[in-house]
Ligand binder design. Structure first.
Ligand SMILES: CC(=O)N[C@H]1[C@@H](OP(=O)(O)OP(=O)(O)OC[C@H]2O[C@@H](n3ccc(=O)[nH]c3=O)[C@H](O)[C@@H]2O)O[C@H](CO)[C@@H](O)[C@@H]1O
Ligand SMILES: C=C(OP(=O)(O)O)C(=O)O
Length: 421
């Protein structure tokens, strides 16, 4: 017998209190994959309890790596690596499964993985990853949804990415770590998770510089053999989601364990709309006005406005005074939440890559479906602000990327519960 989990969110409560942000999903996943490059034990701290992290742990274990996960600490012993093939059922569970390609190729000279799964927000091809790995000397067969690669020793290369892809930058960085000579990645992604990966790999013994800028230089080393412990950076998308939760409920929330510079684009847009945001060393205080203004948003690679915050900002703007335009420049199919938000009463019109949002006074709770992770987050936020109760189906998407979401929202006064039917 199968069961369905759904969230029941009853709106109308102003969120108040303080909350601490968890380790970043999009940082821990490449760090776990990057551990494969090392021959010595690695300890990761601040590991969030997420389905995607569990999937990556399973993927590492399927390769023979020993992993011990207790609380928010993970001990990884990559010395026992013996298989170079991730089972298709695991690979298809999330996009980040592709991040084992670079490390396996770098350390062992071969891999076999299925095309990854992940959020259904666009076609998400792998061409830039494969182009970069081929430039380093890998012979790659990309056929029938399965990618196999071989290299008799990788060679450093000068690679220009057509687009600053986060995953391609990470895979190439990791493969190049153990290549002969120097690799240069131009038009590299500049996201904080890239800087985090550089810091982590350098602790292990790699020689990488430039992360956070558009050119990254990797001087290959023979092996990574430093035994290290590393604490993962806080999740900037979870931070942004809680910032919007405070704002949309006209509440006041102190958010701890934050790197304010990582959420600057979100802070700027919320301030432009009229929300008060006070930044201190590692915390942010969000105080919402009773009404807010429409603002326009264009998603861009970092430091631009993050696509992973686009759905959450859309629901906030659905309640703004005036008309906002959101242009989604990263993923061609990241508007699946629009239909669900319309069911809650919002007035949103799609025109190609843009959504035109005419602010209304109130949203109305109804039954809606989370079609992907951030679409789900937007629906929870809508539910917190709506009249009456919103029932959100497709909760498994939320569990991929938000740790204990309902209990943490409850700590701030929200009326949220999970129902199993
Ligand atoms: C686990 C993880 O870190 N996920 C994040 C990562 O995903 P991910 O690394 O998959 O995102 P990319 O930066 O690679 O994708 C950005 C754009 O480039 C395109 N592209 C990408 C690779 C490629 O080989 N060819 C190609 O055309 C994609 O289809 C997309 O349109 O960055 C995205 C963009 O900030 C975020 O939304 C995801 O949350
Ligand atoms: C798109 C996302 O994740 P993934 O790349 O893992 O699908 C996300 O975190 O919003």
């Amino acid at each position: 017998m199968s069961w369905v989990e759904r969230l029941l969110v009853t709106g109308g409560t102003r969120l108040r209190g303080s909350i601490a942000i968890s380790g970043a999903k999009n940082a821990i996943l490449p760090l776990l994959a990057g551990s494969l490059l090392s021959e010595r034990p690695v300890v990761l701290e601040g590991v969030p309890s997420l389905i995607d992290v569990k999937t990556m742990k399973d993927a590492l274990e399927s390769l023979g790596v020993k992993v011990n996960w207790t609380g928010d600490t993970m001990q990884i012993d990559p010395s026992s690596l013996r298989s170079l093939e991730v089972p298709p059922t695991l690979a298809r569970r999330m996009r980040a499964s592709n991040l084992v390609m670079g490390p396996l190729l770098g350390r062992c000279g071969r891999f076999k993985v299925s095309y990854p799964g992940g959020c259904t927000i666009g076609s998400r091809p792998m061409d830039l990853h494969l182009k970069g790995l081929r430039a380093c000397g890998a012979v790659i067969d990309d056929d029938h949804g399965c990618i196999t690669a071989e290299a008799a020793g990788l060679q450093g290369a000068d690679i220009h990415l057509d687009f600053p892809s986060v995953g391609a930058t990470e895979n190439i960085m990791m493969a190049a770590t153990l290549a002969r000579g120097t690799t240069i990645i131009r038009n590299a992604a500049r996201e904080p998770e890239i800087v985090e990966l550089q810091n982590f790999l350098n602790k292990l013994g790699a020689r990488i510089r430039g992360a956070g800028m558009d050119t990254i230089r990797i001087d290959g080393v023979k092996k990574l053999n430093q035994e290290i412990a590393h604490r993962v950076i806080p999740d900037r998308i979870e931070t942004g989601t809680f910032m919007v939760a405070a704002a949309i409920t006209r509440g006041e929330v102190l958010i701890n364990n934050v790197i304010p510079e990582h959420v600057e684009a979100v802070t700027a847009k919320l301030r432009e709309a009229g929300v008060s945001i006070k930044e201190e060393d590692d915390r942010i205080i969000v105080t919402a006005p009773s009404n807010w203004k429409a603002v326009d948003i264009r998603t861009m690679p970092f430091p631009g406005f993050p696509t992973d915050m686009q759905p959450q900002m859309m629901v906030f703007l659905a309640l703004a005074q005036g008309t906002s335009i959101i242009t989604e420049n990263i993923f061609e199919n990241r508007f699946r939440h629009v239909g669900e938000l319309r069911r809650m009463g919002s007035q949103i019109r799609l025109e190609g890559r843009s959504a035109v949002i005419t602010g209304i006074k109130d949203l109305t709770g109804t039954v809606v479906e989370a079609t992907d992770l951030r679409a789900g987050a937007a629906l929870v936020l809508g539910g917190l602000a709506a009249e009456n109760t919103t029932i959100i189906e497709g909760v498994q998407h939320l569990d991929r990327g938000y740790e204990n979401l309902e209990s943490r929202l409850k700590m701030l006064g929200a009326q949220v519960s999970r129902e199993i039917i």
